[in-house]
Design a protein. Structure first.
Length: 266
């Protein structure tokens, strides 16, 4: 239940808009910085013609990179790819702030809670890549060397598009206002908790698609950009409902094609 009250509606609304503008600038600065860091990281990797250094050191061969270096790479990927999908929820939260229901510190806490969950997701991705690389299943760019691993990843992602869990998580992602109304509470701690819950829901939507990094390559900017665009569109109610299941069919079809390649290459 919301209780809103403004002592000076004109001044409060103006100040709220100014604060929102600063928050959006900061938010998209982080997103752009993450993409810029990924670009530099890939360009300075040993796989390109530019000598490695600084961020480029994070893109060592997947077989030689440390777990910490892989976590840094996955953390950047998570920030660059997942923060854009959080825009509808953050916009809804800030719209509530225009009526006096939220403050700047609450919005920052919301984003922090969401980001914390995806840092855990980055840790899971780093461990998965380190394990697969140690088993000799990845190329230096982080893409699968095993046709059967590729089949498994494509099939899992395709089937997950039809799952009840995916459907439920997407429903909540597409209705952020309903989410906030059901869980509303004042203060940054409550906002951080709501952000973390949104992060878990978002992870439930996107983990299988993120795992396709081991198909497209964890160092592929093309894959990162395409996956980000798809995940952003999939969370939009008017567009996403036309994408989820067709994408699942395409992923399963791709899995079958790769499986046939694997069979006939034996």
């Amino acid at each position: 239940m919301f209780f809103f009250g403004l002592r000076d509606p004109g001044m409060s609304l103006s100040n709220g808009i100014n604060r929102q503008g600063m928050l959006w600038i900061g938010f998209f600065t982080v997103v752009l910085a993450a993409w810029a860091a990924l670009y530099v990281m890939v360009r300075r990797s040993p796989l390109s013609e530019v000598p490695p250094g600084l961020l480029g050191d994070l893109c060592l061969s997947a077989a030689n990179a440390s777990l910490g270096q892989l976590f840094a790479m996955w953390a950047l990927m998570s920030a660059a790819m997942m923060l854009p999908t959080f825009v509808p929820a953050l916009r809804t939260f800030l719209d509530l702030g225009a009526t006096g229901a939220t403050r700047s510190v609450d919005a920052a806490a919301l984003v922090a809670g969401y980001g914390a969950v995806w840092m855990l997701g980055a840790g899971a991705g780093a461990i998965a890549q380190w394990t697969l690389a140690a088993a000799g299943l990845l190329r230096p760019d982080g893409a699968s060397l095993s046709l059967w691993l590729t089949v498994a990843l494509l099939l899992a992602a395709g089937l997950y598009q039809f799952s009840v869990l995916k459907t439920g998580c997407l429903a909540k992602c597409r209705m952020p206002l309903t989410f906030f109304m059901e869980r509303w509470g004042p203060g940054p701690m409550r906002a951080a908790r709501m952000g973390a819950e949104l992060g878990v829901i978002c992870f439930g939507c996107c983990w299988a698609l993120m795992a396709l990094a081991f198909v497209g390559g964890t160092m592929s900017l093309l894959w990162m950009g395409g996956a980000t665009l798809f995940m952003v569109l999939e969370k939009l109610p008017d567009i996403g409902r036309y994408l989820t299941r067709p994408a699942g069919v395409l992923l399963m079809a791709a899995s079958c094609i790769v499986a046939l390649r694997a069979v006939f290459s034996i």
